[in-house]
Design a protein around this ligand. Structure first.
Ligand code: C2O
Length: 353
């Protein structure tokens, strides 16, 4: 097999919402003048790690700088719509990599449902975080994580739900308001139960997905995805709780959106639009944290050794708007990448069913 190569941006085409509907705009990233000359990324020197904090515990000052960074990113959409570090351009990365805009050898590139899931999103957030930091001249800015694996974080982080702020998004489900507890195992149906019972269920579920069901790398990361493959074999955490959080945060499919169109789950509940909700990156910060927490459990819980995984590549723009290729093998150590997670207890480790 051949490792999954970075997409050729010059052959980017229209992304699709489903078999019959095209995304009503182009998700294609700006094309570098010469794709062949795009260099491999090298980590810039750094003096201090960025420490990603749990979203529910942020103070006012942190929330203010996070809002400022996102609002500057959104401003770029108006002043420089083709700047790759703009808010929509950043959201489009997800759309392009996940809704069929890139084809390699006639096969559509899809970074979900396989072992590409964790490394792709780690690199995506890496650049996103650096872009936010550079927009507010704070080289230590760190993306908060939505700590849904802890009872304190099992609700929509309130800072995202303030209308008129940069972190707000209109296209979200009704259920996110008023501190409602999320059901991490639900793909849409809400069961009637107490908040306490829901939290307990969530912790049991976390135990199952990280400990019981993921004793070895391919169970956790997902099955192989190489050039030309189209196998769907997602890892445990990608299925639950990653997907339920998306569906819960998005509008209900079939409901009417603020612009009068019918919902496909926008924003969080569909690949093409998920990146348009600022909470996406906060959600994925915790998904990424699960990679670290899973390895910390021990046993055979280690990174994949297969070269086809290690040598798979993606394509991103950095905070200066320069294009780079990156390899999976270079994202295995977050400290080398310049960030880490502020520790939070993982009570689910005691919730063996
Ligand atoms: Cu790329 Cu949470 O999806």
């Amino acid at each position: 097999a051949t490792p999954s190569p970075p997409p050729d941006l010059s052959s980017c085409s229209k992304a699709k919402i489903n078999e019959t509907t095209e995304v009503p705009y182009s998700c294609c990233a700006p094309t570098p003048k010469d794709m062949k000359k795009v260099p491999y990324y090298k980590f810039p020197s750094m003096t201090k790690l960025r420490i990603r904090p749990p979203a529910h515990a942020l103070d006012e000052a942190y929330i203010a700088k996070y809002n400022l960074a996102i609002s500057r990113m959104k401003d770029l959409d108006k002043t420089q719509p083709t700047n790759p570090i703009g808010f929509k351009q950043q959201a489009n990365i997800h759309c392009a990599y996940c809704n069929g805009a890139y084809a390699i050898d006639g096969k559509v590139l899809q970074v979900h449902n396989s072992w590409l899931f964790f490394p792709f999103h780690r690199w995506y957030l890496y650049f996103y975080e650096r872009i936010l930091g550079s927009l507010i001249n704070d080289p230590t800015f760190a993306l908060p994580y939505w700590n849904w694996d802890h009872p304190k974080g099992m609700r929509f982080p309130p800072m995202f739900d303030i209308p008129g702020t940069a972190l707000y998004d209109e296209r979200r489900g009704e259920q996110i308001h008023n501190g409602t507890i999320i059901d991490l195992g639900s793909f849409g149906d809400q069961v009637q139960t107490t908040q306490l019972q829901l939290m307990t269920n969530n912790l049991t579920l976390m135990y199952r997905q990280l400990v019981t069901n993921a004793p070895c790398p391919l169970m956790f990361f997902g099955g192989p995805y190489t050039l030309g493959s189209d196998v769907e074999s997602p890892g445990t955490v990608e299925v639950i709780p990653h997907s339920p959080v998306h569906i819960w945060a998005g509008t209900r499919r079939g409901s009417i959106l603020p612009d009068g169109k019918t919902s496909n789950g926008e924003d969080m509940g569909h690949f093409y639009s998920a990146g348009l909700d600022p909470v996406f990156y906060c959600h994925h910060s915790n998904v990424d944290r699960m990679w670290k927490e899973w390895k910390a459990i021990g046993g055979k819980r280690t990174d994949i050794q297969n070269k086809d995984w290690l040598n798979s590549e993606f394509f991103f723009y950095d905070e200066s708007g320069n294009p780079f290729k990156v390899k999976v093998r270079d994202c295995l150590d977050t400290k080398k990448m310049g960030y880490d997670y502020e520790p939070m207890p993982t009570p689910w480790r005691n919730f063996k069913p």
